[in-house]
Ligand binder design. Structure first.
Ligand SMILES: [Zn+2]
Length: 257
């Protein structure tokens, strides 16, 4: 039996992102306590799997006037914290599932009457008046969440026999979290256009001050096609992408420092 919820719902047309302004453990206890009179549908710890407190076909109590038509997603941390890579992955998985379940479009919305991924402060007083929830970094992470929810091709087996060539490099490299010093978590969103008849393998390496360069992933892309690949890696200050078996001329690199 769900606590702190009202049977039935709007149906939902929004996802509303929140900051817990605290820990997963504290929010979990609060959401299970009938005296608190607050809840959300989901809680997202910084490192770990999402937890569900309320069925998305019922109404949770997280955003006042938005409750009947908004799926509430609480993110562990304080207002001003960036989402971790794990949180973005978990939120994206919830969006991908609930978009299909409730027919909500996988898009951002800044319109309280719209459909898509919104955030608590958007609704002002009508949504309870929480201008600092969830904070600017979480609001800014919404494009990465939507991209991740829309998915992409899964890398196939490695193939070192290189044909074709990389015609356009990665389009976007977004730093989604800066934890201080040289420690960073990144998400790479890359569009590749390839020519040739065989699938080339790209090797993606990351540099950290502590460990130097090391390969973090490799992927085989379909020839004559566009592919999109997401990955996250912590504690990096540089990224390089090169075709397997090719020289440095095939490399695309960034210095994130
Ligand atoms: Zn909130």
């Amino acid at each position: 039996m769900w606590v702190n919820s009202t049977p039935g719902c709007g149906p939902p047309r929004l996802w509303t992102l929140h900051s817990m302004a605290g820990t997963m453990a504290g929010t979990d206890a609060w959401s299970r306590n009938p005296a608190s009179q607050v809840s959300a549908h989901f809680g997202i710890p910084k490192n770990g799997q999402a937890r569900q407190w309320v069925n998305t076909h019922d109404t949770a109590w997280h955003a006042a006037g938005a409750n009947p038509y908004a799926i509430g997603i609480e993110c562990e941390g304080q207002s001003g914290d960036s989402l971790t890579a794990s949180q973005i992955r978990e939120i994206a998985a919830i969006l991908a599932w609930s978009a299909a379940e409730h027919g909500i479009p996988l898009q951002i919305t800044n319109n309280t009457g719209g459909r898509g991924l919104a955030y608590h402060a958007l609704g002002g007083a009508a949504w309870g008046g929480h201008p600092a929830c969830p904070g600017a970094p979480v609001i800014a992470a919404r494009p990465a969440i939507i991209e991740s929810a829309q998915g992409g091709p899964t890398p196939s087996a490695e193939d070192d026999d290189m044909q074709g060539f990389l015609r356009t490099g990665p389009k976007a490299l977004t730093v989604i979290s800066i934890k201080g010093g040289s420690a960073k978590e990144i998400q790479l969103i890359a569009d590749y256009t390839l020519q040739g008849t065989e699938a080339p393998t790209l090797r993606i390496a990351a540099h950290s001050a502590a460990a130097g360069w090391g390969e973090v992933t490799h992927l085989t892309l379909p020839a004559n096609a566009k592919a999109r690949h997401h990955f996250t890696h912590g504690d990096v200050n540089g990224i390089s992408i090169r075709r397997a078996g090719q020289g440095d001329d095939a490399e695309v690199g960034w210095n994130l420092v």
